[in-house]
Design a protein. Sequence first.
Length: 77
Amino acid sequence: MDEKLKALINERFPDSTNALFSGSTFQESGIDSMGVVEFIILLERHFELPTMLNGNELGIGSTLDEARELLKSQGVG
């Protein structure tokens, strides 16, 4: 899953990839709230998740670990 996440993040947020994979929050990585929503949409599309995510699962204070847990809770592993 990490390679897919890295490719997605690097494509959309290339300046934030290393910081996110080092444990920084989205905000610390330079991604604002709209960017987090875009990231959620990318996850939904790439992993073919039902659009049941409401956008509140992740916020600017979230980390990539929390995104991984969200994906696992949706059956992605």
